[in-house]
Design a protein around this ligand. Sequence first.
Ligand code: PMP
Length: 441
Amino acid sequence: MPLDRKPAPNDLRAFWMPFTANRQFKSAPRMLTEAQDMHYTAADGRQILDGTAGLWCCNAGHCRPKITEAVQSQIGVLDYAPAFQMGHPLAFELANRIVDIAPEGMEHVFYCNSGSEAVDTALKIALAYHRARGDSARTRLIGRERGYHGVGFGGISVGGIVNNRRHFGTLLAGVDHLPHTHLPENRMTRGQPEHGAHLADELERLVALHGAETIAAVIVEPMAGSTGVLMPPKGYLQKLRELTRKHGILLIFDEVITGFGRLGSPFAAQHFGVVPDMITCAKGLTNGVIPMGAVLTSAAIHDAFMQGPEHIIELFHGYTYSGNPVSCAAAIATLDTYAEEGLLTRASELEHHWQEAIHSLADHPHVVDIRNMGLIGAVELAPIEGQPGKRAFDIFVKAFEAGILIRVTGDIIAMSPPLIISKDQIDELIGTLGDVLKNAA
Ligand code: PMP
């Protein structure tokens, strides 16, 4: 519908909403107007318990004073500094702070503004790394089915979600995919599933098909979040690490969701005891307050670029807002908050309570699978025949009416509350969802 007049501020037509059924939303909008700690306030004044940390990003909860004040004061001191050929102290300080909590071996930080940019940055670094070492035939990238790596052309190419791929042309050339690891025999597993480590061997098949010397990198989410909270089977990531190392292929962990405490360690790499060559992160880096992403790399990758004449730019890549001072201030205050409140390990303290609570939904109508780890979990529902996604979407709407924010993808309900959640609030979240499920069609 064209805008036939200058829209009033409360006219909903101008904003084309992302990943949203716009017409449906605008006919019955769900608006959030304020937030504090574990709660949003809806436009009608109701308190909504945040079961998703916004969009998997507000790990310390909402409107935390330390982060708010850091942003407010930084804007008044140094609002912006050119990102290329100029520096400011906070960008260096933050990089050191990230390396401090990163897995052993991750020693350098490249800044960007989102998870999608972090993914594209990591893929570009992988390609340029091999080239810098004279191994320029390594141009193939390998992702995984049911992987979500954001919406840049790199990310949708290595990603494994048909709807995110099929409308956008031929995507990047030279990309292949590993199979996903979501096996029916792992249904109702608490924590890491037993079955599926062998699926990492599919990399050997791709090596046999393409030749190892043509493959630059494998990118996976250590735990796939957006496609339904899919846990890595025991031993799977270890195998992927062994095989990538054996064949000289870089391993990238996309930790945009799992970074900053979601599984009970700063990064999932530490939780699973597997160190990749690069880690992408965003979201929890600034507690969602200011857009920021980063790629962490090993010294070997960084150093491969530091060889030529000193006056030549080593990597022809970067963003106007790479390491923006206000983003850096937000991130430093966020890391301070995580450290002061023990939030990067809190998910492991709450894991048992969370696990028992979410698995108490097993006998509810339509529930076919439940999965959990750290402070993340999913409840998968049987779809209504011929209407995939409808059952879960209706539950999402009813849950919002009942005062909780959950997330749905297809017929999977995903939850990842802020890491400050109390046991009582976990019970409230799951109890309310249980009531909604009982009454679901
Ligand atoms: N990678 C992963 C694993 C993600 O979960 C997401 C976002 N959900 C992204 C990349 C993209 O991040 P952004 O939306 O900040 O671009």
